[in-house]
Design a protein around this ligand. Structure first.
Ligand code: ADP
Ligand code: MG
Length: 325
C-alpha cells in the first residue's frame, strides 16, 4: 500500500462541515462570521510520549484528545483538525486501530479530519486542531486575581500512577482493577471541551494540565503575576486511585507526586472569583464534569502547598516535566 492509498483508505471520509477536505493542496473551513479561530498543535513522539507497543486505538484517541484539551482550555469549540504522520512502515492493523480511535473521538465531538501529511520515518504524530471562539471570550492564562478560587476538573494523578506502574516503580504492584482504571486515564484522556466552553465569562484564567499541576499552574501564575496556595488534601481527593489508599501502601510523597507533579492528566485547571462558585458548579453540571476547588490565588508569587492542618509542605521533587530539563 502506497502513501496515497493509505491516506485514501484510512484518513479520507466524506466532508460534512468543511468546504473542502482531504485531497487538495489546502482544506477549506467554514467559520461563523465574527468568530476568532483558535489553533493548537501537539506532537506525540514514540518512546517519548507513548510506549511503542501501546494499543493503537488508544493512541489514535489520545493524539486527538491532547489537542482538543488545548481548545477546551481556551474555551473554544472544535471545528476540524489536520494530521501529520511519520510512519516507520505501513502496518495495516496498526493503521486501522489508530484511525478507529482517532476518528471515533472526532465523531464524538462532531469534527472532521480535513488534511495532513504522511511521510516515512520514526513514528511521530502531529495534530493541529482548529476551533472557534467569540472575540474576547477565549480563556487565557492571564487574568487570575488574588482571592480567586483555583479549580480542577475530573481526576488528577492517576495517569502518573499508571506510568509509574509501567516503569516498575510501584511496589507491591497495583491490583488489576486499580491498574486498569489508571491506565485508562493515561491512555484515553477525556478532553474537557464542554466544560471549557461553559466556563466562558466565568473563569478568570485557565489552562490544561499536561505536565503536572504545580508546574502547569506556574504558567497561570507567571502570566497573571500572582501566587497560589494549594490545599494538598483537596487535590489528593480528586485522584481516583486514592479510594484504594489503604490497600496500596504508597508513601505519602508518592501520592503527592502523582497529584501535584504527575503529567498526562489532560484536565482543566482554572481560576474564578469566589463570588462565582455557584456559576462554576452550574457550568460543571451542564458539562457533566466534576470540578473540585483546590486552593486560591494569592498576591505575590510562587506556590505554597498546605497540608490538612494548614502547614506548608516542603517542596520536594514536584517540579513538572520539562523535555529539556
Ligand atoms: P501535498 O503534495 O500538497 O503536500 P500530499 O500529497 O502530502 O499533498 O497529500 C495529499 C492530500 O492528502 C492532501 O490533501 C493532504 O492534506 C492529505 N493528507 C496527507 N496525509 C494525510 C493524513 N495523514 N491525514 C489526512 N489527510 C492527509
Ligand atoms: Mg505533502
Amino acid at each position: 500500500m502506497g502513501e496515497f492509498d493509505l491516506i485514501a483508505h484510512y484518513f479520507t471520509r466524506p466532508v460534512r462541515r468543511a468546504a473542502l477536505g482531504v485531497g487538495d493542496d489546502c482544506a477549506l473551513l467554514r467559520i461563523e462570521p465574527g468568530m476568532q479561530l483558535a489553533v493548537s498543535s501537539d506532537m506525540l513522539v514514540a518512546g517519548r510520549h507513548f510506549f511503542d507497543d501501546v494499543n493503537p486505538v488508544h493512541l489514535g484517541h489520545k493524539s486527538l484528545a491532547v489537542n482538543l484539551s488545548d481548545l477546551a482550555a481556551s474555551g473554544a469549540r472544535p471545528l476540524a483538525f489536520t494530521l501529520a504522520l511519520s510512519l516507520p512502515a505501513v502496518d495495516e492493523p496498526w493503521l486501522k486501530g489508530f484511525a478507529q480511535g482517532l476518528l471515533a473521538l472526532a465523531d464524538a465531538h462532531d469534527i472532521e479530519l480535513v488534511g495532513g501529511d504522511t511521510t516515512h520515518g520514526p513514528l511521530n504524530i502531529c495534530i493541529t486542531a482548529f476551533g472557534e471562539v467569540p472575540p474576547g471570550k477565549a480563556l487565557l492564562r492571564s487574568g487570575a486575581l488574588p482571592g480567586d478560587d483555583i479549580w480542577v476538573s475530573g481526576t488528577l494523578g492517576d495517569a502518573r500512577l499508571a506510568l509509574d506502574a509501567a516503569l516498575g516503580k510501584i511496589d507491591p504492584p497495583l491490583p488489576p482493577e486499580v491498574l486498569d482504571a489508571a491506565r485508562e486515564r493515561l491512555e484515553c484522556p477525556t478532553p474537557r471541551v464542554a466544560l471549557g466552553m461553559a466556563l466562558r465569562g466565568i473563569a478568570s484564567s485557565a489552562l490544561d494540565l499536561s505536565d503536572g499541576l504545580l508546574g502547569d499552574l506556574t504558567h497561570i501564575l507567571e502570566q497573571s503575576q500572582v501566587g497560589a496556595q494549594i490545599d494538598a488534601d483537596a487535590a489528593l481527593q480528586t485522584m481516583a486511585a486514592r479510594a484504594f489508599a489503604p490497600a496500596l501502601r504508597l508513601a505519602d510523597t508518592q501520592w503527592l507526586e502523582c497529584v501535584l507533579a504527575g503529567g498526562d492528566d489532560y484536565e482543566l485547571a482554572f481560576t474564578a472569583p469566589a463570588a462565582l462558585r455557584v456559576a462554576v458548579q452550574d457550568a460543571a453540571c451542564s458539562a457533566s464534569t466534576r470540578v473540585t476547588r483546590i486552593g486560591s490565588i494569592t498576591a505575590g508569587h510562587g506556590i505554597r502547598v498546605l497540608d490538612a492542618n494548614g502547614r506548608a509542605l516542603p517542596r520536594q521533587r514536584w517540579d513538572s516535566f520539562d523535555h529539556f530539563a
